[in-house]
Ligand binder design. Sequence first.
Ligand code: NAP
Length: 301
Amino acid sequence: MTAKIIDGRAEAERLRGEVGAAVRRLQAEHGLTPGLAVVLVGDDPASAIYVRNKGEQTLAAGMHSLTHRLPADASQAEVLELVGRLNRDPAIHGILVQFPVPDQISQAAILATISPDKDVDGLTVANAGRLASGLPGLVACTPYGCLLLLQRSVGELRGKRAVVVGRSNLMGKPMAQLLLQADCTVTIAHSRTLDLAAVCREADILVAAVGRAEMVRGDWIKPGAAVIDVGINRVPARDPEAARAGKTRVVGDVAFDEARAVAGWITPVPGGVGPMTIACLLRNTVVAACRLHGLPPPPLL
Ligand code: NAP
């Protein structure tokens, strides 16, 4: 069997299109323009690229975009004061502080300060609790994007055996909760799981969110399973000369070529899960804006 490739770029473009249409409707019918504020502390180059992309895509969707850049030596009090102001700003419906933040600032303190109703990253304790309790909230973007990719490729998820490898608050735990809500039978595996390969082989749906290059091998996969590879790992370039020159390439947590020969569906890295994350952030901003204004969130996807 050769797996069907799940095209995350195409799905993300489709979702961005739907978000843009929802924004136009909100503007026309309610005079409401959703607004997203992104806070970047310090000058980490990768974070700066993410933040620029988020700002550009927010504007492209017709939304209001604010980017606050604070110096690397900004104090926690300054960051919390800014978040407090954004909490009170009626033009802002979504707040995202780009992580990681410098050592003098506590990530937990930031998450305790962001209003849960504007927490478009879905990382506050309140939104994790809402998800776990089956209450409406804002769901972490990457796991939500994975769920959308699964629904669009596999279709009905009810009754499927799902295995999520990884139990982080950012990825593994919310992913497992979403699959549970979709009526899957869910196992969460982690670094202390015994015979991980055998656990993975039971999965109709296998989500790898580990951060270990190509750890999941082809013979860990049940024939026909849907494989969602969340990992982003930098490894030396294939070409030995390029590798010697320090060139790298990005691979996932799944050995793609092996897995592709066994799975029914698979996300590539890059071009699978990654593009969905910002698209889901835009979606969450529209959902947050609607809820803050007492409007029903538009059906997206
Ligand atoms: P994380 O916080 O480091 O969590 C990794 C998880 O993997 C932990 O639960 C850990 O188990 C588990 N693990 C580590 N080694 C393992 C092993 N040998 N066998 C089984 N489980 C193992 O990472 P994360 O934030 O969840 O991210 C995971 C990956 O997804 C990373 O590569 C990250 O870059 C990528 N990511 C991508 C996107 C995107 O937009 N595409 C977004 C977020 C993350 P323990 O809990 O037992 O330590």
